[in-house]
Design a protein around this ligand. Structure first.
Ligand SMILES: Cc1cc2nc3c(=O)[nH]c(=O)nc-3n(C[C@H](O)[C@H](O)[C@H](O)COP(=O)(O)O)c2cc1C
Length: 160
């Protein structure tokens, strides 16, 4: 069974978790990159774009999704939901034949992220979604205790 972890990450937290998941399950990694990268100012003013469900043009994927049975999709939580580059990814790719798992990273919790992603993807059981609270938006400042806790949660999640 081949697994791909697809994620978007601006400040590195989701990337850190994506790397931990890929290591745990032996998956390949694919970072989703906007054609025009976000700036800090843009992110500070992104609320209305997210509420309007705007999407963000993304670069072509390096991976061929046909090679994978399972796709694990990771997003930062932006305004209680998933990030626009992930919306674009979901719009442009038919994942109906794939086993899907979802994760988010957040400062305070996943909000509607799971519900909103399921609305686009179709049913994904709640047990196949995890939100990881990072304690800081800066990946290099995530504490060792938080990382250990996340590693443990990832391990238990994929043991099921
Ligand atoms: C524009 C923006 C909106 C955010 N909205 C939320 C939110 O609604 N809830 C929350 O818990 N965290 C929110 N955060 C914090 C991020 O979800 C959190 O820092 C995440 O781990 C960042 O992931 P990244 O480092 O991979 O980019 C927001 C961050 C940004 C930049």
């Amino acid at each position: 069974m081949k697994i791909l972890v697809v994620y978007f990450s601006y400040s590195g937290c989701t990337e850190k978790v994506a790397q931990m998941i890929a290591k745990e399950v032996g998956a390949d990694l694919e970072k989703i990159t906007p054609v025009s990268p976000y700036t800090i100012d843009e992110l500070r003013n992104i609320e209305h774009k997210i509420l309007n469900k705007e999407h963000r043009e993304i670069q072509a994927l390096k991976s061929d999704l046909r090679d994978y049975d399972t796709i694990i999709i990771g997003t930062p939580v932006y305004w209680y939901t998933f990030a626009p580059p992930i919306r674009t990814f979901l719009m442009h790719n038919d994942l109906s034949e794939k086993r899907i798992r979802l994760f988010s990273t957040s400062a305070a919790g996943g909000g509607r992220t799971y519900r909103d992603m399921v609305e686009m993807l179709g049913n994904v059981p709640p047990s196949d979604y995890q939100d990881f609270y990072m304690g800081t938006p800066y990946a290099d400042q995530v504490t060792q205790a938080t990382l250990n806790n996340i590693r443990q949660r990832i391990h238990l999640w994929f043991k099921k």
